[in-house]
Design a protein around this ligand. Structure first.
Ligand code: G4P
Length: 532
């Protein structure tokens, strides 16, 4: 196919991550996108939706047990000539590093907020991660079919709690059982929704002008007056619409709706596609790489092992950044200077994994990983030594010493720990002066310890002994002529080593970091660490 075809495909692509506090309605909204895209014919009832939810995006047993989404999944669907990739993210803050990696692969983010709850604790934490990426953030205020907070209060809540300015793109007409539709502030028209078979199918929409003389009859006197008042207030007191600020992630466009009844879902989707841009150039060591380049390139942002316990497979998720991908193509794994044939690439379509023949910038493909890939690796079809910007590792905040209970299982223990570290969910350090049987594990959120224990047991048959360590801070040590025997510490601190032999400082108190800097000449202590 021609280069023109590739250009067309790129123009159609939109890739976004979806974030929310658990239960705000992320899964329901995702399902409704699929419904509107025609990828599924009817949305399930709550019960079958739940089963489907597990089938679609929750791979691990632990997720089912805990009712939280631990890892993220990827779905693709088409709507109105666009090809949309949704990257689901874990709702729990303990997995914010996983969320960050997913956001690196996304071009924008959609934040779902429960209208009865407003901004919740984990929305704040996930939003902070989102903000670090500087991508456009869209807000969908959900559950307008139920009694929620006042819309103006919700806007204020977003601005105050998250520190981002908000521009309501539409405004709800009525709420709870009386939620009838939305007023589109840019087009200055009204969209009234009807039917939708309790959210099972697409809703009927009636559009009319704000000036329509029948509007008062259609809405009822009270709602009509309230709407006119609200519009006046918003126009006078609110922020101005600015596309540039939205694209820079400084202003969040806000939409109201109900994922359950489908009210407001399509206006959101349409406006989202209107505003967002197709995949843009990506930063690399060779400068910005245009998606239209004639060579294929992309980077790995996530590795997931044992997604299907029956196959014990390991999949690396790759975000395509340039050129056209074709099944079976030879690529260069730049960081390892190794040729890799991408023989059985998979794509995640609605509810299934399917073999992919070709894919384009913005798409995410899953490639079989025989244990050679690392997060942050670049794959490229040309011989250029191209490397996309690294994906930083967050500083772990919780530490534990672990060893295997059964010494005969040592090999499986080390293999399991090292594979989980490669997936990026834990970081492994070797303590100095103790046997190689003990390892220090650092995690960003304590729930990751549970996942570690569960997976070592379930997937590798290893039971572990664990001991919590009192450290709260980690710093990567950089010092010319570093000599461990001369390095001066405080009494609450130790030095350990990363798997590749680099020294790290672990300490209980923040003041120790300053003390260690003062006591050791020329030392630099780094807070984050770029994967290499
Ligand atoms: P999540 O992925 O963000 O965790 O949320 P999910 O979609 O699973 O939705 C969480 C709960 O909120 C679900 O109920 C779902 O039915 C409900 N919900 C989602 N969107 C809406 C909406 O627009 N309006 C209303 N009223 N509810 C919504 P559940 O946990 O299954 O409980 P139940 O409905 O079975 O009692």
């Amino acid at each position: 196919m021609s280069q023109a075809n590739t250009m067309d495909e790129i123009q159609k692509r939109r890739t976004f991550a979806i974030i929310s506090h658990p239960d705000a309605g992320k899964t329901t909204l995702t399902e409704k996108f699929l419904l509107y895209g025609g990828a599924i014919r009817t949305a399930g009832s709550v019960k079958s939706r739940r089963t489907q939810k597990h089938a679609v995006s929750d791979w691990m047993e632990i997720e089912k047990q805990r009712g939280i989404s631990v890892t993220s999944s990827v779905l693709q669907f088409n709507y109105d000539g666009f090809c949309i990739n949704i990257l689901d993210t874990p709702g729990h803050q303990d997995f914010s590093e996983d969320t960050y990696r997913t956001l690196v692969a996304a071009d924008s983010a959609v934040m779902v907020i429960d209208s009865a709850k407003g901004v919740e604790e984990q929305t704040k934490k996930l939003f902070k991660v989102c903000k670090m990426r500087g991508i456009p953030i869209f807000t969908f205020i959900n559950k307008l079919d139920a009694q929620g907070k006042d819309p103006l209060e919700l806007i204020e809540d977003i601005e105050n709690a998250l520190g981002i300015r908000a521009f309501p793109m539409d405004w709800p007409i009525g709420c709870g059982k009386g939620f009838k539709g939305v007023y589109n502030r840019l087009k200055k028209h009204i969209e009234l929704f009807d039917d939708g078979d309790h959210g099972q199918s697409i809703v009927n929409t009636v559009e009319c002008d704000l000036q329509d003389e029948n509007l008062a009859d259609l809405l009822g006197q009270d709602l009509h007056e309230k709407l006119l008042e609200d519009i006046e207030l918003l126009d006078m007191a609110g922020d101005d619409y600015s596309l540039d600020q939205i694209l820079a992630g400084e202003l969040t466009p806000v939409f109201f709706g109900s994922a359950m009844t489908n009210f407001g879902v399509e206006p959101f989707l349409k406006a989202f596609l209107d505003i967002t841009q197709p995949p843009q150039p990506r930063k690399s060591n060779l400068g910005d790489v245009q998606p239209t380049k004639d060579y294929f390139s992309g980077f790995i942002f996530k590795i997931q092992a044992n997604m299907n316990p029956a196959h014990r497979d390991r999949i690396a998720f790759l975000r395509i950044c340039s050129g056209k991908f074709e099944k079976g193509m030879m690529t260069n794994l730049v960081q390892k200077n190794k040729k890799v044939k991408l023989a059985q690439p998979q794509q995640f379509l609605a509810q299934d994994r399917a073999m992919v023949e070709e894919a384009y910038p913005g798409d995410i493909i899953g490639i079989h990983d025989p244990g050679i890939f690392n997060i942050g690796d670049t794959l490229c079809s040309s011989d250029l030594k191209l490397q996309y910007e690294g994906i930083p590792q967050f500083a772990p905040e919780h530490f534990m010493k672990i060893s295997t209970i059964n010494a005969l299982k040592r090999k499986q223990f080390l293999k399991g720990v090292s594979q989980l570290a490669e997936e990026g969910s834990i970081q492994v350090f070797k303590p100095r002066f103790t046997g190689a049987e003990e390892l220090i594990i650092g995690v960003v959120g304590v729930l990751q310890f549970e996942v570690l224990e569960y997976r070592l047991n379930n997937e590798y048959g290893v039971e572990i002994k664990k001991q919590h360590l009192p450290y709260n801070y980690i710093r990567w040590i950089e010092q010319e002529n570093y000599d461990p025997s001369k390095f001066k510490l405080t009494s609450d601190a130790i030095v350990a080593e990363t798997e590749d032999g680099n020294p790290v400082l672990l300490c209980q108190y923040e003041w120790s970091i300053r003390q260690v800097i003062e006591r050791n000449e020329g030392v630099v202590l780094h807070e984050t660490h770029l994967r290499t």
